[in-house]
Design a binder for this molecule. Structure first.
Ligand code: NDP
Ligand code: 2IT
Length: 449
């Protein structure tokens, strides 16, 4: 159970609510962080006196712009573009771009705010930011996606740079979109500035393992949590949502470590494959042909597609929500608990509602919040920036070793901070407290800016 916010934090929260009316996802992310850091500020009144919190909740810069583009029939469309440059105390703004019809300022701010603490946890010297657009790539041709993406970059290029702000992918933005974005940046600036974007193709400056990093990292984190109880993922059944970048590579690493992931989903429904997901087929359907997940079931004997209910109705030991925010609520959590789940790792950003998180923790499950469990993606982006800056290329094995070490470090930071603040095993408090203190100390040292 959460205790009420102390007065100093409640003031910060209420002022932020009034100032950012209607931005419900941002309010949710903010409350979780403020609740988690209550025990920290109790020992550090200077964080309040110096206005660190007031400053942290207000983005350093918010950019909103028009993105006009033409579809294949010549019709004109106007989307809205965003880049929220949240906090650069620890390094250049860093965070993905999301192309999805649900994107609005509140969503970008929730993601950017989370990103500050996640990036701090990686220990890699990256600040926090996020961006995107309400553009819907579903059903659009490659040429339409290219024209939209070029129009998006035509505004955003003046705000980014390897020492300023380094975007990457997120929902709806993968290798194809990063390629078009980079091409347009290069054309506009006449600079092959590799470090301006991450998630690039390996051929022209991308890092090995970046594609796999978020999903792999989430499973590494899960292994670390289970190890604290003398357990592992091997031999366990896993329920995974999503079928995009994070889900696919979480499934791959689960399989490599001897677990049996049996589900995948998208916004049309989910598939259950009791024999274990056929990863080659899933990649063919989702990555190559860009079809709905139902096509997987159509091509795979023994698998079934379900368009009603929820993927969380499927029993499993390990739970990996890898699709989107608030996709797993308290009712789903109680079903999963009743069905014997032992551990949850958030591959997506804020996929579990606050009451779902509370239910998992109260029932004694291991619970890894996204800002710790999915930090492997952005951490590997920071490795890509290092390689770009030094013109080096690391091989796959050593890159994966680095990722595994980083996830171990993040796990121990969160685990130790939870102990320090009197909540052993609470990775939500641990991750927020550990991330927050790093950012707050950097802000204090750099004066009132
Ligand atoms: P992708 O676009 O590759 O895949 C997203 C998946 O989630 C798709 O299967 C999509 O289905 C599903 N999905 C998206 N929105 C919804 C929705 N509203 N309802 C139901 N299903 C939905 O994105 P990623 O895999 O990159 O991102 C997944 C999550 O992981 C996001 O929360 C993202 O912020 C987070 N994340 C991503 C990182 C990365 O490196 N890519 C790093 C850290 C976190 P459909 O196609 O039908 O929309
Ligand atoms: O939410 C995230 O951490 C990402 N989408 C990845 C960000 C990045 O800069 O690699």
């Amino acid at each position: 159970m959460h205790s009420p916010l102390p007065a100093s934090l409640r003031d910060v929260y209420e002022r932020a609510l009034a100032r950012n009316a209607g931005e419900t996802e941002f309010h949710q992310a903010l409350l979780e962080v403020l609740e988690s850091i209550a025990p920290v500020v109790e020992h550090r009144p200077d964080y309040i006196e110096s206005g660190v919190l007031e400053r942290l909740v207000e983005p350093e810069r918010q950019i909103m712009f028009r993105v006009p583009w033409q579809d294949d029939s010549g019709a004109v469309h106007v989307n809205r573009g965003f880049r929220v440059q949240y906090n650069s105390a620890l390094g250049p703004y860093k965070g993905g771009l999301r192309f999805h019809p649900s994107v609005n300022l509140g969503i970008v701010k929730f993601l950017g705010f989370e990103q500050i603490f996640k990036n701090a946890l990686t220990g890699q010297g990256i600040g926090g930011g996020k961006g995107g657009s309400d553009f819907d790539p579903h059903g659009r041709s490659d040429n339409e996606v290219m024209r939209f993406t070029q129009s998006f970059m035509t505004e955003v290029y003046r705000h980014i740079g390897e020492h300023t702000d380094v975007p990457a992918g997120d929902i709806g933005v993968g290798a194809r979109e990063i390629g078009y974005l980079f091409g347009q940046y290069r054309r506009l600036t006449n600079r092959h500035e590799s470090g301006v974007l991450t998630g690039k193709t390996v051929l022209w400056g991308g890092a090995q393992v970046r594609t796999e990093a978020t999903g792999y990292g989430a499973v590494f984190f899960l292994e670390e949590m289970l190890a604290t109880r003398g357990e592992s993922v091997a031999g366990r059944t896993a329920v995974v949502s999503g079928s995009g970048n994070v889900a696919v590579y979480a499934i791959q690493k689960l399989q490599q470590l001897g677990a049996r992931p049996i589900t995948a989903s998208d916004s049309s429904g989910y598939v259950v494959d009791d024999a274990g997901i056929d990863l080659d087929l899933l990649k063919q359907v989702k990555e190559v042909e860009r079809l709905r997940v139902s096509e997987y079931a159509a091509r795979r004997p023994g698998a079934r597609f379900v368009s009603t209910g929820s993927v969380w109705d499927v029993p499993g030991d390990l739970v990996l929500p890898c699709a989107t925010q608030n996709e797993l609520d308290a009712a789903h959590a109680s079903t999963l608990i009743r069905n014997g789940a032992v551990a949850v790792a958030e591959g997506a950003n804020m996929p579990c509602t606050p009451t779902a998180v509370e239910a998992f923790q109260d029932a004694g499950l291991l619970f890894a919040p996204g800002k710790a469990a999915n930090a492997g993606g952005v951490a590997t982006s920071a490795l890509e920036m290092s390689q770009n800056a030094s013109r080096q290329r690391w091989d796959f094995e050593s890159s994966e070793d680095r990722l595994r070490d980083i996830m171990r470090d993040i796990h121990s930071s969160a685990f130790e901070a939870a102990d320090l603040y009197g909540r052993p095993g609470d990775y939500v408090i641990g991750a927020n407290a550990a991330g927050f203190t790093r950012v707050a100390d950097a802000m204090l040292a750099q004066g009132l800016v």
